[in-house]
Write a protein that binds this ligand. Structure first.
Ligand code: NAP
Length: 541
């Protein structure tokens, strides 16, 4: 049996959470079969015993696959976990470990109260669903994006138990299912067997694909006739777009200066930092997981600002009510006196044949999310020579993958400290080598590489590839609304973070500055203080 996986600290948090938020009884049914994923069977039993010990209203039941209950609930995979199966169709295929602990606790709270975690707008939309939908979300324990996608699926199964089922599949424990669905990159969502989303999507899009049974089409700006569902909550002093370090520090400063502040994040709180395995250069922390750092930033920011996840901003218009800016978002219209854009940057593609086709089928851009799958001495290639590539290579090596770094230059440009560790660990590096093609049918099989001068072309057999060749600015919104951009597509700002559009500020990677957490945090601070000063001056005038 594994050690008790609920630490005293987690136990204390759970005790408080259940006392405050659990409204009724929940049953957890664990199904296992000896000889199938034994290690995870034990861990799941340990986890369920732990939560049932903490809270009396959580009743645990343990079954063998093959018994009458497994036949009744059609459970064939070990381990599986069903949540209040007499009321809902919610199951974990595999143990909800690591990051997925969050969706597991959310599922208990939802099943106990019968209340989902969706926005009111989504609840109204989901009422219209009249056909059956089986939602399947593939996840991994190290993926920070996954729990939110799982929570959408579980919420839908809670809101409409008559027609929606939710299954959260842990890929490492169910490699055959992951391969069958080409789900080697997570999260991946299937509805009635159709792939509807790769990656975490905004809540609005999830509901759209649930209703349509197909991927959400780009909705475009929401029309004004679509009335805001919570009028009183739609008027703010400042709206911050993006919940990375820049947006979250802006939220702290804006809130503390007395401005009513809202943060809108279309995907995952924390931005790129949340998928950085280890951060070693943020003052105050010698070494901290990126995810832990942003979770702490989030908790702090949430004391000062409202934070909404799963909401994409499609437009900003100058001509709102009372001289306010009008923010057209995927869940309706907001008004604010100032907007701070902190949308960051997204990974850059390599742009070689096979990359798009095999993305999520062995090719990944997120080592933290997808690396777990390769931990048992699988051959993986990391491409790039910056801080991200070297950090990813060290992380993958650390969890047990066999890593080869492939870099087009003679030397890495990563920090000296990272470089030293890379050489100490003696990881193989192919210098002055470029990737020319990714090869594979259903999944990645080989990577075709050649020397930088076009010589010595060869194929290398690989289980996985992690591409880390830098980032491109996420400035489509800024471009759309006519804000001045640099030639590379970053938002132009003055030394107080003002953009060319009055009332609109920008901070963090989107400004093209040094891509460091410290810089993003500093710019978020300056943007919030400047917005406050500008608004105060305006009012006084
Ligand atoms: P980066 O510093 O821009 O490095 C990109 C790497 O990819 C370079 O080595 C580059 O090669 C290579 N590359 C670019 N295009 C390529 C292509 N088409 N084919 C092959 N190789 C290509 O990107 P990053 O490592 O993602 O870092 C982004 C920013 O985040 C940096 O400012 C970095 O300092 C920061 N960051 C910081 C930390 C940290 O402080 N702990 C961690 C992660 C990232 P060349 O070298 O030959 O140009």
């Amino acid at each position: 049996m594994p050690e008790d996986i609920i630490t005293p600290e987690v136990e204390k948090t759970l005790l408080e959470t259940f006392a405050k938020e659990l409204k009724g009884e929940v049953t957890l049914h664990v199904f296992t079969k000896k000889g199938h994923n034994d290690q995870f069977n034990d861990v799941l039993i340990n986890l369920v015993q732990g939560v049932a010990r903490i809270e009396k209203r959580i009743k645990a039941f343990y079954h063998q696959i093959g018994d009458a209950d497994s036949a009744r609930f059609k459970v064939a995979r070990s381990p599986s976990l069903l949540i209040s199966p007499d009321k809902y169709n919610i199951r974990y295929t595999g143990a909800p470990l690591g990051e997925e602990g969050r969706s597991f606790i959310a599922a208990i709270l939802m099943a106990g109260s019968g209340r989902d975690f969706l926005e009111q707008e989504s609840r109204n939309r989901i009422k219209k669903l009249s056909v059956h939908r089986d939602v399947m979300v593939f996840v991994s324990p190290t993926c920070p994006y996954c729990p939110q996608e799982a929570i959408y699926a579980i919420s839908a199964a809670i809101a409409r138990p008559d027609v929606v089922s939710a299954e959260i599949v842990e890929i490492y424990e169910n490699l055959d299912l992951a391969e069958e669905h080409a789900a080697m990159s997570v999260p991946k969502t299937y509805i009635n067997g159709e792939l509807t989303a790769s990656g975490l999507e905004p809540e609005h899009d999830f509901i759209s694909s649930l209703l349509a049974g197909e991927p959400a089409a780009f909705a475009g700006p929401i029309q004004a006739e679509q009335p805001p569902s919570e009028k009183e909550n739609r008027d703010f002093d400042v709206i911050i777009i993006g919940a990375g370090p820049a947006g979250l520090s802006a939220a702290v400063y804006a809130g503390r200066s007395g401005m009513r502040s809202l943060v809108l994040e279309k995907a995952n709180v924390g931005g790129q930092v949340s998928i950085t395995p280890v951060v070693e250069n943020y003052p105050g922390f010698q070494q901290i997981a990126g995810k832990t750092l942003v979770d702490q930033m989030l908790r702090q920011a949430a004391q000062y600002a409202r934070i909404k996840q799963g909401v994409a901003v499609n437009d900003i218009r100058a001509e709102g009510n009372n001289g306010k800016l009008e923010i057209i978002a995927s869940d309706g219209i907001y008004h604010a006196r100032a907007v701070i854009i902190g949308t960051g940057a997204s990974y850059r593609k390599l742009g070689v044949p096979g990359e798009d086709r095999l993305a999520g089928r062995g090719i990944s851009y997120c080592a933290t999310c997808d690396g777990y799958l390769f931990k048992d001495s699988k051959n993986v290639m990391v491409i790039g020579g910056g801080n991200t590539a070297v950090t990813d290579a060290l992380y993958l090596d650390g969890i047990g993958a066999r890593v080869t770094l492939v870099h087009r230059s003679k030397d890495v440009r990563a920090e000296d400290r990272l470089k030293q560790v890379l050489f100490q660990r003696n990881l193989p590096v192919l210098w002055e080598t470029k990737v020319v093609e990714f090869i594979g049918e259903k999944k990645l099989d080989k990577v075709r590489v050649e020397d930088i001068n076009g010589q010595n072309r060869r194929d290398m057999k690989m289980d996985g590839v992690f591409i880390a060749v830098g980032y491109a600015p996420q400035s489509a919104l800024a471009k759309e609304i006519g804000i001045d951009l640099t030639l590379e597509g970053y938002i132009k700002v003055d030394d107080r973070m003002r953009t060319s559009m009055p009332g609109v500020y920008a901070a963090g990677d989107i400004t093209g500055s040094e891509k460091q957490i410290t810089v993003a945090v500093a710019q978020g601070t300056i943007a919030a203080i400047t917005a406050f000063e500008d608004l105060t001056k305006k009012t006084v005038r």
